[in-house]
Design a binder for this molecule. Structure first.
Ligand SMILES: *Cc1c(COP(=O)(O)O)cnc(C)c1O
Length: 325
């Protein structure tokens, strides 16, 4: 049984909770990009969010709603990186103890940041262990509250506040492209889009190597795949959430996929042209918009950059691996 699905009102309440706590991130445009696309592209830069990704919005919203007793006992979560940082930072702000399961091969900068916020980190193997089960078990044994990375009404409502800000700033759009892993950002964005810009087409974008949501969307039921091998480490989810999928089925127009090589091209574009460091997963949305440019001519297009947390050495290595033509 699913809990009742969150609505746009939950996104508005989340926005209220996040006021003065989360950054209202900038919306940028690039003349080069607009000329190349023959469209007006509005880029919502969650790479400039606190802890470097939109995940702070959902994490903080979920923690802020806990009772005093729950806050005292603490929270547990699992993540390859950004959700861990989001929960760790939110927990520090709200003075709550946090325990995070993170993969042994998590980006060193994400690991260091999570520990830096004062959270306890426990390692796991992302290809063989079920982190969700580990976290749920610890929560059960310890009485701590489990904060899932995407499949939770308060988490996805918080994530929806980024798109809400985008629409409030630029008005209605013809199309919106959203980076997609487990679907928290996409489902929350879709709630905002439907309310603020009812005719806007909404597209989720995932890595080609891990197109589980595209398969699920076509089939009408959730499909589980092996943990995909892709540079988009924020989208290495084997299966979309149950709650997020209900919203995606109801509100989203289609799911696109892009290759790792396309992501690297977009990383280069953001760095060279816009002077921004964007992590591979954060490049999914623009990569898909560029891929669909023939159909977007003359339109107002929204693109959400989901995050910017990538080690500089890895950034350099990825660009070197795929030199520009
Ligand atoms: C978590 C994450 C995603 C995917 O978000 P979901 O809500 O799981 O779909 C995309 N990009 C970045 C940078 C992330 O941290």
């Amino acid at each position: 049984m699913l809990p009742s699905l969150p609505s746009f009102d939950d996104v508005l309440q989340a926005a209220h909770r996040l006021q003065g706590v989360a950054h209202k991130t900038p919306v940028l445009q690039s003349r080069t990009l607009n000329a190349q696309m023959q469209a007006q592209v509005f880029i919502k830069c969650e790479n400039f969010q606190r802890m470097g990704a939109f995940k702070f919005r959902g994490g903080y919203n979920a923690l802020a709603k806990l009772s005093d007793e729950q806050k005292r006992t603490g929270v547990v979560a699992y993540s390859s990186g950004n959700h861990a940082q989001a929960v760790a930072l939110s927990a520090r702000i709200l003075k709550t103890p946090a325990t995070l399961f993170m993969p042994h091969d998590a980006a060193p900068s994400k690991l260091a940041a999570t520990q830096g916020y004062g959270a306890q980190v426990i390692g796991y193997d992302r290809y063989s262990e079920d982190a969700s089960a580990l976290a749920a078990q610890l929560a059960q044994d310890s009485g701590k509250t489990f904060i899932p990375p995407f499949d939770h009404p308060d988490v996805l409502s918080g994530q929806g506040t980024a798109a809400l800000e985008l629409f409030e700033e630029v008005g209605e759009l013809d199309a919106l492209f959203v980076c997609l892993g487990g679907g928290g950002l996409l489902s929350g964005s879709a709630l905002s889009a439907k309310a603020k810009s009812p005719h806007c087409k909404i597209y989720g974008v995932e890595p080609e190597a891990g197109n589980d949501v595209q398969q699920s969307f076509r089939k009408g039921e959730r499909v589980k795949i092996q943990t995909p091998i892709t540079i988009a480490d924020g989208a290495q989810t084997p299966m979309v959430g149950a709650i997020t999928f209900e919203l995606i089925k109801a509100l989203v127009d289609d799911i696109h996929t892009v290759t790792d090589a396309q992501l690297i091209d977009v990383m280069r574009f953001y760095a060279e042209r816009m002077k921004m460091l964007v992590e591979p997963t954060g490049c999914l949305s623009l990569a898909a918009a560029l891929q669909a440019r023939e159909t977007l001519k003359g339109q107002r297009v929204g693109v959400i950059i989901s995050g910017g947390n990538v080690d500089l050495s890895r950034f350099a290595q990825l660009l070197a691996q795929n030199p520009s033509a």
